[in-house]
Design a protein around this ligand. Structure first.
Ligand code: PHE
Ligand code: FE
Length: 279
């Protein structure tokens, strides 16, 4: 038992989680007894605030599925969510101590297991936390795992990750994750909406991503997206827009190996680099 902690990007702090609790696949049981009343209260307050911001900004599929998380006045138990989630799409939540390395992460997704950090931010981090915590992972990511097409996309991404690992193409692939699963926008009949978890779990970026005239919004295009760098500590300056989850699923059906080959020779786009035609 016990795995090495994981840090992505530059950071001068050690990661928060206790990786000595993790098994070989990096999962750990949700340590429910360790939550204090203050932890449950943080979850309740985050949920309440975020929920009030969703209308007109979050994708309808997300809003419809959110109640399936269950408890909103305390941290939900993963087993409880799993009873409904497994029935809906065959996905299951598994606890993790925090960020985990690429191969175990892709392996879990390929097996329809979604890793959820089991600890919650401190009250003083209410507005912003750098590392994903249970609020981001659960509130942001899990509702759309109830959507069969999106759920299939996430599994396929995990399979694609294992393949990309062997091809040395993880960075290109991770940009697709970033600009879809974390920061994706979708054009719905009622207007532009957010479906990415990084947006849906952020109080400020929700309105910024959908309404602000400032960021660039481009139609999702595989090669443009995989060539675009991203910033993890500011609102995004470029968003990629899809028309439907089916479109996302179909676009990523192709074998990426020749695409990676071609992209290796091409320059990258900066996170804020503008295209002539916006979405
Ligand atoms: N189709 C991609 C490949 O062959 C895998 C993938 C699927 C990547 C979905 C991202 C999202 O590598
Ligand atoms: Fe996330």
């Amino acid at each position: 038992m016990g795995q090495a902690p994981v840090v992505y990007g530059q950071s001068n702090r050690p990661p928060r989680g206790d990786y000595s609790r993790a098994s070989a696949d990096y999962t750990c049981p949700q340590n429910y007894a360790s939550y204090t009343e203050a932890d449950h209260d943080t979850y309740r307050r985050l949920y309440e605030r975020q929920c009030a911001l969703l209308p007109g900004l979050a994708s309808q599929a997300f809003i419809d599925a959110l109640p399936l998380l269950g408890a909103r006045d305390r941290i939900p138990r993963f087993e409880e969510v799993n009873e409904r989630l497994y029935q809906a799409t065959g996905w299951e939540l598994v606890g993790v101590p925090g960020l985990i390395p690429e191969v175990p992460f892709f392996t879990l997704l390929a097996n329809r297991k979604f890793p959820v950090t089991d600890w919650i931010r401190k009250p003083e981090e209410f507005e912003y936390i750098v590392e994903p915590d249970i609020f981001h992972d659960l509130f942001g990511h899990v509702p759309l795992l109830f959507n069969p097409v999106f759920a299939d996309y996430v599994q396929r991404y995990g399979q694609g990750g294992l393949k990309a690992e062997g091809l040395g193409a993880c960075e290109m692939l991770s940009r697709l994750y970033w600009y879809t699963i974390e920061f994706g926008l979708i054009r719905e009949p009622a207007g532009l909406r957010a479906y990415g978890a990084g947006i849906l779990s952020s109080s400020g970026e929700l309105a910024h991503s959908v309404r602000s005239p400032e960021p660039q919004r481009l139609p999702l295009q595989l090669e443009r997206t995989m060539r675009t760098r991203y910033k993890i500590d500011t609102y995004q300056q470029t968003y990629f827009v899809i028309d439907s989850f089916e479109q996302l699923f179909d676009m990523t059906a192709a074998d990426f190996a020749p695409i990676y080959e071609r992209l290796r020779g091409l320059p990258e786009f900066a996170a804020d680099e503008r295209d002539a035609v916006a979405a």
